[in-house]
Design a protein around this ligand. Structure first.
Ligand code: ZN
Length: 64
């Protein structure tokens, strides 16, 4: 039995969609249960609209 890194990430990392009108986005989101799990950090989106939280690894995708 092999456990790939993708399996690990899918179990432990959250993925959120951020609407452009809701910018600036920060992690953790204020409505998250673990909103205080790390200092609030604002997301820097790449030109693909993707961002990863440097603290918890949560993934964010920017949409219109
Ligand atoms: Zn985070």
């Amino acid at each position: 039995m092999t456990i790939g890194i993708n399996d690990f990430q899918q179990k432990n990392v959250s993925f959120s969609v951020i609407k452009r009108k809701d910018l600036p986005a920060h992690c953790p989101p204020i409505e998250a249960q673990k909103w205080n799990m790390h200092p609030k950090v604002f997301m820097q989106f790449s030109n693909k609209g993707e961002a990863v939280c440097p603290y918890c690894g949560s993934k964010y995708q920017l949409v219109d």
